[in-house]
Write a protein that binds this ligand. Structure first.
Ligand SMILES: [Zn+2]
Length: 263
């Protein structure tokens, strides 16, 4: 059974590097990589990439940290058109980011609400980013009826109560590389139902890491699967089977097991 990287930013790598990155991913047992847009331009790039590589599927959305202002009608129309592409399977990435350097909260609130509505209109599952914003995240998901489409709580770093509230609204919990090093997160991950968990790398170029080999890439995904297997006391095969089935369920039949790339 192939693994699915439910969230990455492979499009941000230099175009000349991408074919080798995807080869390494296939060699590591991945059968699907969802590339998430963070701006209009990168959403467009994600769609283009998904048409060039069978292993890649696209997400469109505006990352809260990349907002330059409220989401206007013209931008909404462009996103709507991109989201209608058959290779687009999620509304990703959107959410709330309350770091001090991030855009004003009222701008984020407006853009996130607007994107939840667009995702519901497009019938696409939402992939949400929440940094230092869990109470507002849960409140906005509830107020905007995000459970109509559900989706994925990406790069999860929260407590059990937050995970449970998200799951109640139809969101699966996504684990990334922080699972390898954060004891509190490991404790939460051990208690969550495997039937509601997915995996991701959130990979993007990391020039701040000196060694190129240390930049996160989709081929690192098995490390997260192995850690989750250890925490859940099941085999890696069980984690692979469950997390892959979970992503396919979330995508609502847009992609089937036979569509996944095999080594
Ligand atoms: Zn991301």
């Amino acid at each position: 059974m192939p693994l699915i990287d439910s969230h990455s930013h492979v499009d941000q790598y230099d175009a000349s590097e991408i074919p080798a990155i995807l080869d390494r991913a296939r060699d590591a047992g991945l059968g699907m990589i969802i590339v998430a847009g963070t701006t209009v331009e990168s959403s467009r790039n994600a769609v283009t990439l998904s048409h060039g590589h069978p292993i890649v599927y696209g997400g469109v959305g505006l990352h809260p940290a990349d907002l330059t202002g409220p989401l206007d009608d013209e931008t909404a129309d462009i996103l709507r058109q991109l989201a209608a592409d058959p290779r687009v399977v999620v509304w990703s990435e959107t959410g709330l980011d309350y770091l001090e350097s991030s855009p004003p909260r009222e701008v984020q609130d407006q853009a996130f609400r607007a994107q939840i509505r667009l995702a519901i209109e497009a019938k696409l599952p939402l992939v949400v980013h929440s940094r230092e914003a869990h109470p507002d995240m849960l409140r906005l998901l509830r107020e905007e009826h995000a459970s109509d489409v559900g989706g994925i709580f990406h790069y999860f770093q929260g407590d059990l109560a937050t995970a449970e509230a998200a799951m109640d609204m139809g969101f699966d919990i996504s684990m990334a590389k922080p699972l390898l090093r954060l004891p509190e997160l490991q404790e939460v991950a051990a208690k969550l139902p495997l039937a509601r968990m997915v995996l991701e790398t959130d990979s993007f170029p990391q020039p701040f890491k000196k060694h190129r080999d240390h930049w996160t890439e989709p081929w690192h995904l098995p490390q997260v699967a192995e850690k989750l297997a250890e925490l859940q006391r099941v085999s890696v095969d069980e984690v692979t089977a469950a997390t892959t089935a979970n992503v396919l369920r979330i995508l609502g039949g847009r992609v089937s097991l036979s569509d996944l790339q095999q080594r």
